[in-house]
Design a protein around this ligand. Sequence first.
Ligand code: HEC
Ligand code: HEC
Length: 90
Amino acid sequence: MRDSGRSPVEAGGGGRNAVLAIALVVALGFSACLVAYTLRQRKPPIPADPGHLKSVEAPQCLSCHGPLGTQPRGRNHPLNDRCFNCHERT
Ligand code: HEC
Ligand code: HEC
């Protein structure tokens, strides 16, 4: 008898809770994908050979790693020429 006051609320809240639960699962899945994607972007360090120790600025890097250089970057490389933002020296 005391339940009669609560049951309509539970019936309505049950559906809302299910929607909230689904939204939460979707949101968690989405952020997990973002984190996984970020971690997959592996940035190779700059090799410590003489050619790399000599060059310290992006234009120098691009003389070899530019599209016309001897060692062009891959087609999937980010379109960003501030090399040291991403690549570290070893
Ligand atoms: C004289 C030409 C030359 C210049 C200048 C040069 N590189 Fe390189 N770079 C190469 C070659 C050749 C390779 C591949 C062979 C190796 O690992 O040494 C390479 C490899 C790399 C790699 C690693 C690739 C891998 O798969 O591990 C990175 C990162 C890199 N260079 C970044 C840079 C940056 C940043 C600069 C500017 C500071 C630069 N390079 C300047 C010729 C050059
Ligand atoms: C926004 C971050 C970022 C910047 C800025 C950046 N790189 Fe990279 N670089 C990466 C990532 C991520 C990879 C690995 C790509 C892959 O595995 O396909 C990479 C890979 C490389 C490689 C080896 C693989 C390939 O694609 O040939 C070279 C060489 C390289 N970068 C050179 C450079 C040079 C030179 C610059 C500056 C002109 C530069 N990068 C700027 C993120 C960056």
